[in-house]
Design a protein around this ligand. Structure first.
Ligand SMILES: [Zn+2]
Length: 313
């Protein structure tokens, strides 16, 4: 989720001033990402946490991306992340968590428009085997009214054990949700997604936050999920907070082509083949406003040397 400051910057972009992408786009790529697309009422595991983009808004987002940028596949993006195509900067679209709506609602639209995309999966959840703890918290928020709990459910990192106990107490059935609503794609849908020419990547095994883990566990979650999915592409669950340079070095010992993504908006990253994406969710702002906000923020932070992601060794 991007800060309100960045979005309001976008709103202040002078209307009559032509939007110049070049100064920024020759330094960082634009990588918009989402989780699901749909009406809030159809996404009970997401809407209590943040506002998803509706299909209508997503369609407008796509039009805006295509107005300013040229879409490229992940393979082409990796070859040259700062490439220009038809005189425009490029963009690559991605989706985290492997949710069903991307396959059902978004994929047909992407095929129609010819926009390549990558989907990042948590291997524990494919085929609706288990539920991400944040989605458990969201489902609980639909029932729990005690503000002592609701504040924690909204913002805290909570163990699956505690969430499962709370669910029992409040008569919320995560198993039912998994078998009936089916929030995640299954393996067959994943294969179909690939057969249509789209790409995949791993997103850890169980989506617990990496900043809570020792490096050994971060590596296990990363390497095992990539092995299962037979991929060198990875997006960090939540963000790359708590990841040291040594982590990348160790992953690249096994996967020299390791290409990874986080979500701090437009920022230069010191790590090779590690890229910062821009979240399109959590506000009603148009893609135009979000993009202009990000570009202005990058340009301003460049002036004071704050446009680079910092990382411990
Ligand atoms: Zn995620």
């Amino acid at each position: 989720m991007r800060s309100k400051t960045v979005i309001s910057l976008g709103k202040f972009y002078p209307r009559k001033r032509p939007f110049r992408l070049d100064a920024v786009s020759r330094r960082v790529p634009f990588l918009p990402y989402y989780h699901a697309v749909g009406e809030a009422s159809d996404l009970p595991h997401i809407s209590p946490l943040y506002l998803p983009r509706s299909l209508a808004i997503f369609k407008k987002d796509l039009e805006t991306f295509l107005k300013y940028f040229e879409p490229v596949s992940l393979v082409d993006f990796k070859k040259n992340p700062l490439e220009k195509k038809n005189g425009k900067a490029i963009f690559h679209l991605s989706f985290d968590d492997g949710l069903r709506q991307i396959y059902e609602v978004v994929m047909p639209l992407l095929l129609e428009k010819g926009v390549p995309a990558t989907l990042f999966f948590n291997t524990d959840f494919i085929g609706n085997k288990k539920l991400f703890y944040r989605y458990k918290a969201a489902l609980l928020l639909q029932t729990v009214r005690d503000t002592h709990f609701t504040n924690k459910l909204r913002t805290h990192v909570i163990s699956d054990e505690i969430l499962d106990k709370l669910a029992e107490e409040y008569d919320v059935d995560f198993g039912d949700f998994l078998t009936q609503y089916k929030p995640y794609m299954d393996w067959e849908q994943l294969e179909d997604w690939k057969s249509k020419g789209f790409t995949i990547g791993a997103h850890s095994k169980n989506h617990r936050p990496y900043f809570e883990m020792k490096e050994e566990e971060q590596l296990r979650q990363t390497l095992e999920s990539m092995k299962i999915l037979k991929t060198e592409n990875f997006s960090f669950p939540f963000n790359d907070v708590g990841i040291n340079t040594s982590f990348f070095k160790k992953v690249k010992d096994t996967y020299p082509g390791f290409t990874s993504f986080a979500c701090t908006g437009l920022k230069i990253d010191p790590e090779q083949n590690h890229f910062q994406r821009t979240s399109m969710e959590g506000s009603l702002a148009s893609a135009d406003t979000i993009i202009k906000g990000e570009y202005l923020y990058f340009a301003l932070s460049s002036l004071i040397g704050k446009n680079k992601r910092k990382r411990s060794s």
